[in-house]
Design a protein around this ligand. Structure first.
Ligand code: NZQ
Ligand code: ZN
Length: 395
């Protein structure tokens, strides 16, 4: 087991009606003026925004509203949010929405207190945010894990670059997670969320080197089985509370580092996907992952057959073929792909309705490898050539 530091400071309020406490929660932290950040309209449609503002008024908290975050959130909107926060002397940002809204809030929080800094430099790793406004969230979609994660992922429309970076400033003060708020998430987004939650654990489980992590492995395996069961139920019964609750809690645990402790942290498929949804913003993150993952797995499994076979046996109930462990590993990947298809998720890039052409693979690889200067760490190093092959094979 590798050394690790595990720090997840976010306080989680989980369960029915928890969002109605938001005013009291924020008052306890001592904030009196906040910004409410949200997306393209779902929070108005469901009545959630009214409930949130009511709770804030009841607690005597002043607020400004700032909506309009689109999926795959953009830097230009976040910059507007930074200006608004400075102008209004906002003390705290409350994100109400899915991963895109929460990430936009994190980006704003970093930028507000660093007014002389180009916020994109944090994403290109030319600068580090030493301080940020505090933020918290009411989660409406189980998927990204951003509600407790240390990541923030933003698209710079200037060039179509989508980049993420990790920082302690990205850990929210609190996450309010009421599974009932996800009843209105449509079938496609529920599928995207199920895939993304699985990916955060699968990438840690398969992608990073590491030995002797039996507890981490078993936590990950049980999380994957739970998510597959719950995802299948939510796919058919969107208002099944227990299924939505399992997805929501798994979403937080899958990306708060728990399922990778003691192993090297790498995310090759996420890096490949971020280029995709950066260049083609209509691609939903979970759908992009679904379209790439099994091709990536078939490309790299040879470099760790025992690990892929372990996954196949323990999660996908494949019988171990001791004569031919490769066959066991491949059958596990096939069953994962079949699961994605059962949710009507794409398993090829050509199935994404985004106008992607086969020759775009070369451009995507050029961007992902930063002109051939970056390689992605993992059980098998991916340079520009390998990235392009994966994009082409996944088409
Ligand atoms: O914008 P609104 O109107 O709210 O609609 C959203 C959006 O259209 C809708 N939605 C959200 N909650 C709903 C709802 N519709 C009905 N009822 C509800 N309760 O769902 C659509 C997708 O929302 P979005 O926030 O984009 O989805 P998700 O949570 O999957 O977030 C995706 C973003 O997170 C990033 C992704 O790259 C992508 O940009 N990620 C962030 C991570 C992190 N910060 O830790 C890690 C992830 O790997 C990921 O990269
Ligand atoms: Zn993800």
């Amino acid at each position: 087991m590798e050394n690790f530091t595990y720090w997840v400071p976010t306080k989680v309020y989980f369960g029915k009606d928890t969002h109605k406490q938001v005013g009291t929660v924020i008052k306890e932290y001592g904030f009196s003026k906040i910004m409410i950040h949200y997306g393209g309209g779902s929070v108005q449609k469901t009545g959630l925004l009214d409930q949130v503002t009511q709770s804030l008024r009841d607690s005597g908290i002043e607020y400004v509203l700032f909506g309009g975050v689109r999926p795959n959130p953009v830097l230009s909107l976040a910059k507007e949010g930074m200006d608004l926060c400075r102008r209004e002397k906002v003390e705290f940002i409350l994100a109400v929405g899915g991963g895109s809204v929460i990430d936009s809030a994190k980006c704003i929080a970093d930028g507000v207190l660093n007014p002389d800094m180009d916020p994109w430099k944090f994403f290109t790793k030319e600068a580090v945010p030493e301080k940020a406004l505090p933020h918290g969230n009411i989660l409406t979609l189980a998927a990204s894990g951003s509600e407790t994660s240390q990541s923030c992922v933003i698209t710079n429309e200037d060039g179509g670059w989508k980049k993420g970076f990790n920082s302690p400033t990205h850990r929210p003060l609190f996450a309010i997670c009421n599974p009932e708020l996800t009843f209105t998430v449509n079938r496609f987004q529920t599928g995207c969320g199920t895939v993304d939650i699985m990916m955060h654990t699968l990438e840690r489980y398969l992608g990073g080197k590491g030995k002797n992590t039996p507890l981490t492995d078993r936590i990950g395996e049980d999380l994957l089985k739970t998510v597959m069961e719950a995802g299948a139920v939510a796919d058919k019964k969107p208002e099944d509370y227990e299924a939505r609750a399992s997805l929501m809690w798994a979403g937080s645990l899958s990306h708060n580092d728990l399922t990778g402790l003691g192993r090297a942290y790498v995310m090759q498929v996420h890096q490949l996907e971020h280029e995709l949804s950066g260049m083609f913003p209509s691609v939903a993150h979970g759908a992009g992952l679904s379209a790439l993952f099994c091709t990536w797995a078939r490309y790299v499994y040879r470099w760790d057959v025992p690990r892929f076979a372990q996954l196949a046996v323990r999660v996908f109930h494949v019988d171990m073929d001791f004569e031919n462990p490769e066959a066991t590993a491949l059958e596990g990947i096939r069953r994962l792909e079949a699961f994605f298809e059962s949710l009507s998720m794409p398993v090829r890039l050509s199935q994404l309705d985004a106008g992607i052409k086969k020759e775009d693979g070369a451009v995507l690889a050029e961007k992902c490898s930063q002109g051939g200067t970056r390689v992605l760490e993992g059980i098998y190093l991916l340079g520009k050539k390998e990235m392009e092959q994966i994009y082409l094979l996944a088409y």
